[in-house]
Ligand binder design. Structure first.
Ligand SMILES: C[S@@+](CC[C@H](N)C(=O)[O-])C[C@H]1O[C@@H](n2cnc3c(N)ncnc32)[C@H](O)[C@@H]1O
Length: 342
């Protein structure tokens, strides 16, 4: 904060800049539609173009790890194949067979890495009575591993195409029986006063959820959208409810390599933050950290762009954290932080 002497010229300077911008605004082209809309367009396109090697829009075809001969002999599109092949190359699992690609996103990691994340960071917090929300369900690859482990699973996404793909793929999943599944399209268009970095999750779910997870989503959002999304997730939780979140870790060797290879932040690339930023923001939003990931030893030794990672990709590149909704006295602290008084 500037001292009394410098504050006045600074304020004047800022208001001059503002009035110049206002007078020029008619001539300026604003191409940034905001993080939420950019994500929506990107993931709609991804889902439209995606083709796996299981029947498109067909029923869920079983375990991704054991592609079976009953699968239709469809070929995934070239870029999906390339992503899956790249995943296979850098996977710790040997020998590695390409996943069946029944669900959008199975090309992003080995089935073992994803299953380990779900086993470590989601399943321990679920009971057969849990009301659970997945924020950013994508094609449903995580939901497929959670089905049958909770009472209700509400899948939210800002991309109508992704949501539709998940709905179709999970409709005939063998484990669905025990879990009530629902899909809700979320966005910011129902509230015109909402800034473009924000998305609102359904008020009908506020305070009703035992567990919320948001995996491989926040890596694509900027730091303001991260903040607003965390606040929305908090609203969904019951008192002492828990959430699982993943962010891209700029301080991990694998995260740093990917960051350094980018010229700038793009939604399709990652938005990197440090665990310190995430933990600081979580405290401000009103969460306690219950558990977080550690970088596996195999990743610490990585020295070059093409080094093979030993360990779970998500633990080596991202920061995974389970948090608990803080008790009421800390909710009050957040409320005053929102008003800018602390
Ligand atoms: C990389 S995919 C991950 C999907 C899924 N979680 C998984 O791990 O397979 C990211 C998904 O998050 C959705 N998404 C992006 N920003 C979001 C936001 N602010 N709120 C809810 N969903 C969002 C995208 O539309 C997309 O379907």
């Amino acid at each position: 904060m500037p001292s009394g002497d410098t504050a006045t010229p600074l304020r004047e300077g800022t208001s001059i800049v503002r009035s110049v911008i206002n007078s020029l605004s008619g001539a300026m082209v604003y191409t940034d539609v905001g993080n939420v809309e950019t994500n929506r367009r990107l993931w709609n396109r991804y889902a439209e173009e995606w083709h796996g090697n299981c029947e498109r829009n067909g029923p869920y075809s079983g375990s991704a790890r054991n592609p079976s001969s009953e699968l239709p002999a469809n070929k995934p599109n070239v870029w999906v194949q390339q992503m899956a092949a790249n995943t296979a190359k850098t996977s710790k699992s040997t020998p590695y067979s390409l996943p069946a690609l029944a669900l959008i996103g199975q090309e992003w990691s080995s089935p073992e890495d994803l299953e380990e994340v779900v086993r470590d960071f989601i399943l321990p917090y679920l009971t057969p009575e849990s009301a659970v929300v997945e924020v950013g369900v994508g094609g449903g690859r995580v939901a497929a591993l959670v089905l049958g482990k909770c009472l209700r699973l509400t899948c939210l996404d800002i991309s109508e195409r992704m949501l539709e793909a998940a709905r179709t793929a999970l409709a005939a999943h063998p484990a669905t029986g025990a879990t009530v599944l629902e899909f809700i399209l979320v966005g910011n268009d129902s509230n015109p006063s909402l800034p473009s970095q924000r998305v609102e999750y359904p008020v009908s779910l506020h305070g009703r959820c035992d567990f919320v997870y948001c995996f491989d989503v926040l890596v694509h959002v900027d730091v303001h959208t991260l903040y607003h999304t965390l606040r929305e997730i908090r609203r969904l939780l019951k008192p002492s409810g828990k959430a699982f979140l993943s962010t891209a870790n700029i301080l991990s060797p694998a995260g740093w390599r990917r960051f350094a290879a980018q010229d700038k932040y793009t939604v399709g690339g990652f938005y990197f933050v440090s665990p310190e930023i995430v933990h600081g923001m979580l405290a401000k939003v009103g969460f306690h950290v219950v558990k977080h990931s550690e970088i596996p030893e195999g990743f610490k030794e990585l020295s070059d762009m093409h080094g093979l990672a030993k360990g779970n990709l998500y633990y080596g590149r991202d920061h995974l954290v389970v948090v608990e909704k803080a008790p009421p006295e800390q909710e009050m602290r957040c409320a005053s932080a929102e008003r800018g008084t602390c």
